[in-house]
Design a protein around this ligand. Sequence first.
Ligand SMILES: *[C@@H]1O[C@H](CO)[C@@H](O)[C@H](O)[C@H]1NC(C)=O
Ligand SMILES: *[C@@H]1O[C@H](CO)[C@@H](O)[C@H](O)[C@H]1NC(C)=O
Length: 376
Amino acid sequence: MRNHIGSGYALILAMTVSVILHQLELVTGQARVPAMFQARVPAMFVLGDSLVDVGNNNFIASIARANYLPYGIDLNFRPTGRFSNGMNFVDLLAQLLGISSPPPFADPSTSGIRILGGVNYASAAAGILDETGQNYGDRYSLSRQVVNLEATLSKLRTMMSPQNFTNYKAKSLVVLVFGSNDYINNYLMPNIYSSSARYKPPEFANLLLSQYARQLLTLYSLGLRKVFIPGVGPLGCIPSQRASGRAPPGRCLDSVNQILGTFNKGLKSLVDQINQRSPGAIFVYGNTYRAVGEILNNPASYGFSVVDRACCGIGRNQGEITCMPLQFPCLNRSQYVFWDAFHPTQTANSILVRRAFYGPLSDAYPVNVQQMTLLY
Ligand SMILES: *[C@@H]1O[C@H](CO)[C@@H](O)[C@H](O)[C@H]1NC(C)=O
Ligand SMILES: *[C@@H]1O[C@H](CO)[C@@H](O)[C@H](O)[C@H]1NC(C)=O
């Protein structure tokens, strides 16, 4: 890995981290109450794409859906709209936080006291840009998801005292998982989208980041104070991209991975900038690219034996056509990194969640998710 952190910058970083860790000691030092009474994170609000959709697309006119078997085969054969064989990243994150995975916003039964533990707005095919994913039909883009979050917050405001509401928002965790579709279902589809003709890769990354920045600042202005934002993974390694015929056999599509660098580096420095000008808040960058890369480079040490093919799918790398209704999936799902042409298996998700939650600075920056829940 290239070291792009200058020494002066590293010093400031070290000081920031030591201040944060000191605060953390103060917080944990007084935390002698049993875990069940702590309620560190009263709610989780999830915005994102199919990596964290828990069924929103079942309720809109989209062909990007996962409400059929074998999706959910390892959730007691219940296809819920999750794009995995079992639990996705936020389901597993909720488990580590000791809370329920929040219900989908678009489900009419997500109302009343059911919104108290948070809501999931994520929508398959959604991107940071509104146009992204339109090849799949309707979807809640980032900006629509923020509008939906505002609607939830105005309901929650009526359910508690002003002081409690301020406290609730400050302690709640917001998770945003975006960016993959702005590449897979926009920039890398030149026949449908003009973005690659209009922007060079770094310009496109900066366009995404400027949109993302505006929405992240909106979250702060709404009173939310804990925000976790994973970057994009090595998309050139997912079965659909390996199956494009442009990758050498057994290799990832390096040209795709290379154009993601500006986005991930820029997102990390955006997190730094926002933390500097947002008192009382902590924004955290998750290094998904590195975590997935390490799994793909050392699969055996994580118990995986298949990294280049989907467990469920058709064609080259089982990634040319994604998992079809009632298709028979692979049997050893815990040995596969990828469930379908685009999404990880539950086993891969659980590794990514643990790294985000407990990992060192190289996994989550400037603190990990567990540390951020203990701050303030
Ligand atoms: C505010 O929070 C306190 C402590 O959890 C609780 O006892 C009280 O009932 C809450 N008040 C309202 C109006 O929600
Ligand atoms: C599943 O894994 C087991 C143990 O690693 C192996 O013996 C078996 O052949 C595998 N089955 C398939 C269908 O890959």
